[in-house]
Design a protein around this ligand. Sequence first.
Ligand code: BGC
Length: 472
Amino acid sequence: MKTSTKILLSILTLLLLVWFVPCIIFQIQRPQLKWNWSKIDVNKISFPKDFIWGVATAAHQVEGYNTNNQWYLWESTVDATGNPMIARGQLSGMACDHWRRYPQDIRLMKELGVTSYRFSVEWSRVEPREGVFDTLAIKHYQEECDSLIAQGITPMVTLHHFTNPIWFEKKGAFEKMENVADFVRFTEVVYLALKDRVKLWCTINEPAVYVVGGYFQGDMPPGKKDPKLAAVVLRNILEAHVQAYWKIKSLPGGDQAKVGLVKNMTQMDPYRKWHLGDWIFANLIEGVFNGTTLNFMKTGHYRFSMPTMAKLIDENPKAIGSMDFIGLNYYSHYNYKFSFNLDKAFKARLLPGEIKTDMDYASYPEGFYRAIKTVSELGIPIMITENGVADAKDDSRAQFISQYLYALSKSISEGCNVQAYYYWTLIDNFEWSLGYDMKFGLYSLDMPTQRRTMKNGSKRYQEIISEKLNPL
Ligand code: BGC
């Protein structure tokens, strides 16, 4: 063999070893599934008899006039270039007026046939000033739970869904470990007030989303872009979950309550499966966004690492065993292309051929299945606390529901212990920095008249619930 051929062969072998072999290993570890939907019968689904069917909302997105939290202030802030923080300068305003109209909304839930409702208790209403609790606000949530229960709908309460009272935000919110005690005191008050009515509790909604939005991308309050602080806030907010969990467990009836953390499981995938750079970058973000939290909850070891940007290592053995279930929120995956230009590298992309939702991501039911499999490894029950689609035209909602519930059913038939599914969301509502432009609701909302109308696509959910709850 000629020397030049030998050199060429060696280079090729080396390339194969250092470039393609790791890509193959990564692909085996985290396969990016793609199913052939034309060969799948989405009607072949089955669910356990006592499966919980629900819808989910969050206080600030639906209640209206939550004027005492950091989001309310944020909505009327402009950035350095004078642009409003919320799309087209929208404000949450009266939202769905759910604070006053919840009895009507419970009738919508009955119409859908759901058996459970996940909603959040607005901290800034319950504790408008530090240490001062508003008994009327607490009474409101007690009455809301009573109304739900009277209709045979099980309440599931979230204690923190992105919003903080202004006083808490001013003292640094979860940037400071000592502030965690405030959240735990609030947890205790709400738990004691609702414990006879509520058995399902979510402590914190999507810690990593709160941190990425507020401390990395800056599109949520407090709008900081500081990876080192992000690492601290994630650690502290997970600590808040751990302490809130053990607080509830120490209170009367706490052993009966089912308490979980809600984890958004967006997968961070490579744009090109054969590109080592894409894999390394995607795995890095996957590690910080998903791995750090899951690993902490499983082992008590906290490891947040973004080379050259932030590194924080800590531990808290009390994290182990601090979830009776994991709440899983799933919407889609993000795909990353390696680039030395970080702005480009951090840009999430759609894969060629993927169907975009109204959000900047694709419909990807296979990812839902993957996410369920991933959290199954924790060995605890799973509740799907959010899943839904923004679809203003309502021309893909029915298909979305069919395909995602197929993926869910498949995971259950393969042994995953999923006990509940909450569709996000009941009514079109305030979608954070995107305002009212995103239409996730099963019902549309005409804000001036506050009229709610069931969308055509939502009937698919209604049908499935009715078939599964009343099998022939
Ligand atoms: C949040 C919801 C939000 C939904 C749709 C989730 O990350 O928990 O508050 O409306 O996604 O974007």
